[in-house]
Ligand binder design. Structure first.
Ligand code: PMT
Length: 412
């Protein structure tokens, strides 16, 4: 992997708000969107009125596969993703091309249309790619505006020198699309899991008894979903296989909704190819009814009901037993002898690591927003994590696991 490819990995799952203003280089914005999506960025486009004279919102919608935002005072758009929500959504705002007029409005702090308002309302890093006639670029007014913006921390990408659309030769061409993409990638750190595919199971499974009843457990999915978000933030491509939960999945993760342990197994096995790290945070039902009644079970005179159960496939053990397999991490939810039982699960299931969590504690475990854990590795190393929010714990677990995986790769 060369350094520019690895730099581009910092754009995986990044939310790029692309502002397009009214210059001839606006036609290159469509290509820019495609190239950003190629490397895993999510792109939403905002166009000024003048930009729409050069390239249509329909083109930008087609290339970004997202609605294009054009107006500040549009009730329909505000009912969908309003301007403040859009400003919060962005990890970065890139205005390309940025005309001399736009740079002047930005330098003055104007908020007279959607794009200028977003630039004021967002705390995300802001980058502009100036594109204009060479004389306009050289004008002292433009240069003062650019200096002011630079002083405020706005990133100025380009412009380039060369032949211009108007026939002039000089500074003012918009930076090449691939160079712009590289410059944008340089604003972000490459995450600790950049370039890795991470497969995560989360939540409970439901094992049907009859059309209206099932066996399940207390898992809310919070721990698994927090791990999925932490892996996304670390630059990984994330696939989340989730049992039935009432949570919103991380936007950048590909989520596969499943119901039963057998469904979960099928989804996991189908996703194994190319997976570098598998984290089994789901609370999978160990057993399911041998047969599912086609009609609702009725009470009978004996006042008892016996359910014959059969063991479910052990998903994490099956993954760990594959000849070519990802780094495989299980969870152990225990109410007693935490480390002893977790260690024996680690060995019995052939895992690389296991996260032992004490679910007897009132503070953590099932359905809580917090958790404490001990991460045990198969080589005998371990790491304790005190009680903290599941989001924080997930980030800490991902950092520890990534450093283990990366050092294991280096030593091979
Ligand atoms: O979802 P939350 O409310 O946030 O709660 C989080 C949690 C407590 C559910 C989670 O942190 C946790 O501990 N998950 C694993 C719970 C569990 O079922 O552990 P287990 O000891 O039964 O299973 C051990 C490991 O084998 C787990 O990684 C489990 O996903 C896996 N397993 C178990 C059975 C099975 N048939 N297939 C499996 O893959």
């Amino acid at each position: 992997m060369n350094s520019s490819t690895s730099n581009l990995q910092s754009l995986v799952s990044k939310r790029v708000l692309l502002g397009v203003t009214g210059g001839i280089a606006a036609y290159k914005a469509a290509e820019l969107v495609r190239r950003l999506i190629d490397v895993g960025a999510e792109v939403r486009v905002v166009m000024t009125a003048a930009a729409q004279e050069f390239i249509t919102p329909l083109t930008m919608q087609a290339v970004s596969a997202k609605p294009v935002h054009t107006s500040l005072l549009d009730t329909d758009a505000e009912a969908g993703m309003g301007h403040i929500e859009l400003a919060r959504w962005a990890d970065v705002i890139l205005v390309a091309p940025a005309t001399a007029n736009f740079l002047s409005q930005l330098a003055m702090g104007q908020a007279h249309d959607l794009l200028t308002t977003l630039c004021l309302a967002s705390i995300a890093p802001l980058a502009v790619a100036p594109a204009m006639n060479q004389a306009m670029w050289g004008n002292v007014a433009t240069q003062q505006n650019v200096a002011k913006l630079r002083e405020r921390g706005v990133h100025i990408f380009g412009p380039d020198a060369g032949q211009q659309a108007c026939g002039d030769i000089g500074m003012g061409r918009m930076l090449d699309v691939l160079d712009l993409r590289l410059a944008l990638a340089g604003l972000f750190e490459v995450g600790v899991l950049a370039g890795k595919k991470v497969l995560i199971t989360a939540g409970p499974t439901r094992e049907a008894i009859d059309p209206v009843r099932y066996l399940t457990n207390q898992s809310s999915g919070k721990m698994g979903y927090a791990i999925a978000q932490a892996a996304v933030d670390a630059g990984a491509t994330v696939v989340l296989v989730s049992g039935p939960v009432a949570l919103v999945a991380p936007q950048a993760a590909r989520t596969l909704a499943v119901i039963s342990a057998e469904d979960m197994r099928t989804a996991v096995m189908a996703e194994l190819t190319g997976t570098d790290l598998f984290i089994a945070a789901a609370a999978v039902a160990d057993y399911r009814p041998i047969s599912v009644s086609e009609s609702k079970l009725k009470k009978d005179a004996t006042k008892t009901l016996s359910l014959a159960l059969i063991e479910n496939p052990d998903i994490v053990a099956e993954v760990a037993a594959q000849p070519v397999r990802p780094y495989t991490v299980g969870f152990a939810a225990e109410t007693e002898n935490l480390l002893g039982y977790a260690q024996s699960k680690l060995e019995r299931k052939g895992l690389d690591a296991i996260v032992a969590n004490d679910v007897s504690s009132e503070l953590g475990g099932f359905n809580s927003d917090q958790n404490a854990a001990v991460l045990l590795y198969s080589d005998g190393a371990s790491q304790s994590f005190e009680m903290q929010s599941k989001s924080k714990l997930a980030r800490a677990l991902i950092i520890d696991l990534a450093s283990k995986i990366n050092s294991t790769c280096r030593n091979q």
